[in-house]
Structure formats: C-alpha cells, structure tokens
Design a protein around this ligand. Sequence first.
Ligand SMILES: Cc1cc2nc3c(=O)[nH]c(=O)nc-3n(C[C@H](O)[C@H](O)[C@H](O)COP(=O)(O)O)c2cc1C
Length: 201
Amino acid sequence: MMWPPKTMVGLTDSAVKQKGKTMEFAQLIESRRSIRKFKPGMKISEDQIKVMIDAAIQAPTWKNSQTGRYYVAMSEDKMNFIKNQSLPSFNAANCENAVAIIITAYETKRSGFERDGNPTNELGDKWGVYDLGLQNENLVLKARETGYDTLIMGIRDADVLKSEFGIPDSQEVVAVISVGVREDSPEKPKRKAVEDITKFF
Ligand SMILES: Cc1cc2nc3c(=O)[nH]c(=O)nc-3n(C[C@H](O)[C@H](O)[C@H](O)COP(=O)(O)O)c2cc1C
C-alpha cells in the first residue's frame, strides 16, 4: 500500500490521527526506506518537525539522560550550507528537494557516565551514540508516519557543522538527517535472516 495517501502528505501528527489513518507498526517499519530522491515543491512546518523530535524524546536513554540534541535547517540558505559545505557531493545531491535537514548531536560524557565523571563501563561515550540512535529511529519512523521520508547520513563534516551552527564543544555531531517526501519507493536492501544474527541458549 502507498503511504501516505496523497491527501495526507504534510499533515500534522494530530491531523493524521484525526483522519484515523495511523500506520500499523509493522507496516511503518517495513515501509521506511532511506530516500535519496525527494519530490520537488513540498513543504514542512516547524510544528511538524517538533512532532518528530517529540517522538525522539520518547525513546529510552541511559538513566533517562536524554542527551540527544537537534539543529534543524529549514531555510534554503542553511540547507544549502549543509549540502555544499559539509556533505560529499553524492549525499548533497540526494538531499535535493529536502524540506529540512536535521543535524543530530549529543551531549558527551553523560550517558554511560557516573556522577563523578567516570565512565560506568568500557563503552564510555558510546552509550551517548547508542541513545541518539534510539532517538533518531523514533524520529525517522514518526516522519514516515506523518507523511515524510528521511535519509540518515553519517558521511558529513562535523567540524564545519559545529562551527556554522554554534554547536558547543560539549556536544558531538553524529548523523545528519534529510527530510522530504519520497518521489518513488526504492526496493528494500536485502536483510540478513534472524538465524544468521541470533543464537539462542
Ligand atoms: C548511521 C548511518 C549512516 C548512514 N550514512 C549514509 C550516508 O552517508 N549516505 C547514504 O546515502 N546513506 C547512508 N545511510 C543509509 C543506509 O545506507 C541505509 O539505511 C541502508 O542501506 C539500508 O537501507 P534502508 O534504510 O532503505 O532500509 C546511513 C544509515 C545509517 C543508519
């Protein structure tokens, strides 16, 4: 089934719910794709982005530390900066017609750390990246549910982004996520089988 129905693209979260057309969870995770070709002429509001970030906040985090941070470029100017100055050309090209580009970051040395500043275990700050990943998955699924699509990009220049967007040194930039409306539905890249990655004892 095509999601969202044509009439629903660009609706807010609550408007989607009022229409009684929220997507089944299984369908939601199955139909989310990394989208590298967005439709031209689409729009998004700050409120619609806030709905996605609110979904991110609902994710579980280490001691509820919620260290994810979001920097949302919505103006042509700022989106062009991200594309031209911080992304390799193939990622920049795939952001064409994006309605927003979200820089995701996290406050370091909190998730995975004790109050005295020592890491709780050998993973240290990797727990901050873990938490942000959980948050970002919620974000991209909420985007999908509300009629938008996304591309998570790990290949980006973090230093350039930190300086342009005033991201403090206490934060680490992780992924950049473009948001738009899919032009077409690409095939799902092949997944491993459960048996290949799981051992029961
Ligand atoms: C942490 C992370 C970094 C990624 N970086 C990029 C990237 O820089 N450029 C890109 O085109 N896709 C990137 N992707 C998208 C993956 O290639 C994609 O998720 C994977 O091929 C599976 O496809 P699907 O998302 O459609 O299921 C990234 C995904 C993740 C989770």
